[in-house]
Design a binder for this molecule. Structure first.
Ligand SMILES: [Zn+2]
Length: 70
């Protein structure tokens, strides 16, 4: 019984919270962010949290220079 419980725990931990990123829904933004950085604060539109895959699909193909640049 204990072993089964352990396996279940491991299985759920493996899923992780699929890398969420922030994107600005401005239509002209092309970067995704991993936190609310200064670049994202300039966003005057809605800020969404999406998976990296969703960010790419909506045209945010570049990692933000502020978030990922250091
Ligand atoms: Zn950023």
């Amino acid at each position: 019984m204990k072993l089964i419980l352990l396996l279940m725990l491991l299985a759920s931990a493996g899923k992780s919270q699929a890398d969420k990123v922030y994107v600005c829904k401005s239509g002209t933004s092309y970067a995704y962010h991993n936190r609310l950085c200064q670049g994202l604060r300039k966003c005057t539109h809605r800020i969404d949290t999406v998976t990296i895959r969703e960010a790419m699909a909506t045209g945010h193909k570049k990692p933000c220079g502020y978030c990922y640049g250091r």
